[in-house]
Design a protein around this ligand. Structure first.
Ligand SMILES: Cc1cc2nc3c(=O)[nH]c(=O)nc-3n(C[C@H](O)[C@H](O)[C@H](O)COP(=O)(O)OP(=O)(O)OC[C@H]3O[C@@H](n4cnc5c(N)ncnc54)[C@H](O)[C@@H]3O)c2cc1C
Length: 453
């Protein structure tokens, strides 16, 4: 079979890996010059790696890790100490360290030892979050009608722990506040966090997500005969009389014909391409229920180290939500001699919530970031900022607000030769690299079974 895939993010590339492995002819069309979508990384004119966003691999990402292994990239990421680190004012840090015990004791004992939660926080958390720890998928789905803040308060958990602990997690997961995010993804995470020790450990790519993951995926697909076209933007579909796709038209006028077509575009892009005729189906109208979360990623190069933390960090009350010194966490990039780096810190910071930043001038945003950096990392006050970059993504992952989960589409559409992949499609993970990888696997399997392969 010949299959055309549009979009070369993790979802599109994962679908391609599955399909080339089963001997099919695969062509990928990507609108940008760089592959990887939200995980893409490119070199700027000074040779520095610019990331769309700081990316972490979780222990629970079984599908993604399987693909990394399949493409020979299983050694391209490194596990870090299993601890949540919160950067506090004036260089202080507080920790949520898992005890070296089986779950849930690892989390219970670790939680009890945490110094930034009061005893009341701890008691109210254990009591309040108990249904999340013992809940199943049906319970999590049933809680999708309310925000996490509402759920937290209903359970009698403390306000301080909401602001101190869970706000950072909501911002890290979906770039939105706990009073906006649905309870469902948050309590699903608690379940993992509280019951599965290995699922919540995290790893950093040794270089960056582009070189360490996307590039090996590209090489693998091409080595198996898959063809990848960049600067190849899907514009519209031409239909047969039964509403199936006759051909796909690219922006440059090229027409593509295939036996089956997969959209691995973000939901906000595909919904503008869906032909009017298809909107008779609820399946396609439902795509309009999704709205993307704005987010920005800022990178700062310093002339000296401003931290020695070899891990992901969170912080509360700052313009950045999660961040790391990638000159420490990523040993094969951002080192002395690569681009601007001279052995000093290279901070990669995810700015969230970011709705108010999209229109703001970059210099103003960098000033705000630097103010908070000075507050959290006193060594930075003497350091020289060598360079700063900012990537703004007005619509990144879909906002996991209450009652939207039920609209996530199956990978099989009502149109017989059209399929959807992407982190927003229906699979058991929230929008993430793992969700995208799972959607790629599912779309390939469902497509082949529809065509009797
Ligand atoms: C700042 C940030 C930090 C993140 N951190 C993490 C993390 O730590 N861990 C984690 O698991 N996830 C993280 N994520 C989420 C993760 O990046 C995404 O969930 C995942 O990469 C989405 O993959 P995808 O293939 O579904 O979509 P995308 O990556 O968006 O890929 C879609 C592709 O389609 C292309 N495209 C769009 N329109 C067209 C068109 N008309 N024609 C052809 N191509 C088109 C795009 O250019 C893109 O390459 C983060 C995201 C961001 C933004």
């Amino acid at each position: 079979m010949k299959i055309a895939i549009f979009g070369a993010g993790v979802a599109g590339l994962s679908a391609a890996i599955e399909l080339v492995d089963r001997g099919h002819t695969v062509e990928i069309y990507e609108k940008r010059k760089v592959l990887g979508g939200k995980v893409s990384v490119w070199k700027d004119s000074e040779g520095d790696s610019i990331e769309s966003g700081l990316h972490i691999v979780f222990g629970g990402y079984e599908q993604l890790q399987q693909y990394l292994k399949r493409v020979g990239a299983e050694d391209n990421y490194q596990w870090k100490e299993h601890t949540l680190i919160y950067a506090e004012p004036n260089g202080q840090q507080s920790f949520f360290k898992k005890a070296n015990l089986p779950s849930p004791w690892a989390e219970v004992i670790g939680g009890l030892q945490t110094d930034f939660l009061t005893m009341w926080d701890k008691i109210s958390l254990i009591k309040g979050l108990y249904p999340a720890l013992t809940g199943n998928e049906a319970y999590f789905r049933s809680q999708d009608h309310m925000t996490y803040s509402e759920w937290h308060r209903l359970r009698g958990a403390s306000e301080h722990s909401l602001q101190k602990l869970w706000r950072a997690i909501a911002l890290a997961m979906n770039f939105i506040e706990p009073n906006i995010i649905s309870a469902r993804p948050m309590i699903t995470i608690f379940k993992y966090f509280g019951t599965n020790y290995t699922a919540t450990k995290f790893a950093f790519f040794r270089k960056n997500p582009g070189d360490s993951m996307i590039e090996p995926m590209r090489q693998y697909i091409q080595s198996k005969g898959g063809r990848i076209f960049v600067d190849a933007k899907l514009n519209r579909f031409e239909l047969n009389s039964d509403e199936s796709i006759k051909g796909a038209l690219l922006q440059d006028g090229h027409k593509i014909e295939a036996d089956a077509y997969i959209s691995a575009l973000p939901v906000h892009n595909i919904k503008t391409i869906i032909p009017r005729e298809w909107l008779a189906h609820k399946y396609f109208r439902n795509l309009h229920e999704f709205v993307g979360s704005p987010v920005a990623n800022c990178q700062l190069w310093f002339d000296r180290k401003i931290t020695d933390t070899d891990n992901l960090m969170f912080s509360q009350g700052t313009i950045f939500a999660t961040f790391a010194d990638v000159s420490i966490t990523c040993p094969d990039d951002f080192q002395n001699g690569s681009g601007t780096a001279n052995g000093g810190s290279v901070m990669s910071l995810v700015l969230a919530p970011a709705h108010q930043l999209m229109e703001m001038p970059n210099e103003v945003i960098i000033e705000l970031v630097m103010k908070d950096i000075h507050d959290r990392f006193p060594l930075s006050r003497q350091a020289i900022l060598l360079k700063s970059t900012l990537v703004k993504i007005p619509q990144s992952v879909y906002k996991a607000v209450p009652d939207v989960d039920k609209f996530r589409p199956d990978q099989i559409s009502p149109v017989k030769n059209f399929f959807l992949a992407g982190d927003y499609t229906d699979q058991h993970y929230l929008a993430s690299m793992e969700g995208a990888a799972l959607s790629g696997k599912l779309v390939a399997e469902k497509l082949l079974s529809r065509f009797g392969n």
